[in-house]
Write a protein that binds this ligand. Structure first.
Ligand SMILES: Nc1ncnc2c1ncn2[C@@H]1O[C@H](COP(=O)(O)OP(=O)(O)O)[C@@H](O)[C@H]1O
Ligand SMILES: N[C@@H](CCC(=O)OP(=O)(O)O)C(=O)O
Length: 265
């Protein structure tokens, strides 16, 4: 495991279910608590990149829709409304702690094109040098992959690799990976440490996700696998209690830790 004091650059992924109420409206108290903790982590000298979902959920709430949009153009339009609200909220809240945010909207194919990838990496690098906090989401207008398959987890792993982060933190609506879906099995047990993603682990994560989130645990496992192959550790923490971030960085056992491949192993 990366010693916590060695962790300098962190990518934090925040899922829709963490950011919103069941109604789809923004969970203001939650977002406020999260921003406060993240601003403090930044103040402690670490670099921060956020990957925030929630555009679709927040747009749905803001537009006062009764039913989730079904067709793709409506989903995209709703996400465009929500993304604006999301960034407005982050920008306002981080400003209270004197931090500057920046919006980065990506499509997953940027990694396949050397020029585009270099542009993205250059922008990240310069923003981090400037002390800003890049906040990433998929560009739902240009690409439909994430709203279709609900996989900002993959995007967060891609961002962790592109920014050469020391750690990927995935905040979800649950304490971590369990040996079966705790929403359907009350006896499910938390798995604290994953050295290797075996078939057994994949089977445990096969249950469906929450209503507002989309990918469930399986997409988080794929993210851990991709990050791990590039030498980046990942941890899943419950975003309902942002103090989990402090506990984790204080070296306490919390969430599920996925160890990436390191040259010393
Ligand atoms: N083995 C498992 N361990 C933990 N959660 C699981 C498991 N299998 C399925 N889940 C579901 O995955 C959900 C988290 O994923 P998701 O709904 O996509 O949230 P997010 O918005 O955080 O990405 C949990 O609330 C739970 O219902
Ligand atoms: N770009 C979409 C991503 C949706 C998504 O992946 O949601 P989640 O499973 O909560 O990470 C949005 O912001 O709504």
């Amino acid at each position: 495991m990366n010693k916590v004091e060695q962790i300098k650059r962190i990518v934090v992924k925040i899922g829709s279910s963490t950011l919103t109420h069941e109604s789809g409206m923004l969970n203001i108290r939650r977002v406020e608590q999260l921003v406060k903790v993240l601003a403090d982590i930044k103040n402690s000298g670490r670099e921060l990149v956020m990957v925030s979902s929630g555009a679709g959920a927040v747009g749905f709430g803001k537009l006062g829709m009764k039913e989730k949009p079904r067709d793709m153009p409506s989903k995209q339009a709703v996400a465009a409304v929500g993304q604006c609200e999301l960034m407005y909220t982050y920008d306002k809240m981080f400003s209270e702690f004197n931090h500057t945010t920046a919006q980065i909207l990506l499509t997953r194919d940027v990694v396949d094109n050397a020029d585009r990838k270099r542009n993205v990496q250059n922008t990240f690098r310069r923003l981090l040098e400037m002390g800003a906090i890049p906040i990433v989401n998929e560009n739902d207008t240009v690409s439909t992959e994430e709203i279709e398959f609900g996989d900002n987890d993959a995007l967060s792993a891609m961002v962790a690799v592109m920014t050469e982060a020391d750690l990927l933190i995935v905040l979800s609506d649950i304490d971590g990976l369990y040996d079966s879906n705790p929403k359907t099995n009350p006896d499910a047990k938390l798995i604290e440490y994953v050295e290797e993603i075996t078939d057994e682990i994949v089977l445990a994560a096969a249950g469906a996700g929450s209503n507002r989130g989309t990918g469930g645990m399986i997409t988080k496992l794929h993210a851990a696998q991709y990050a791990g192959e590039h030498g980046i550790d990942m941890v899943i923490l419950n975003g309902a209690n942002p103090n989990n971030l402090y506990d984790f960085l204080d070296g306490k056992k919390v969430g599920t830790y996925f160890r990436g491949k390191h040259s010393d192993t």
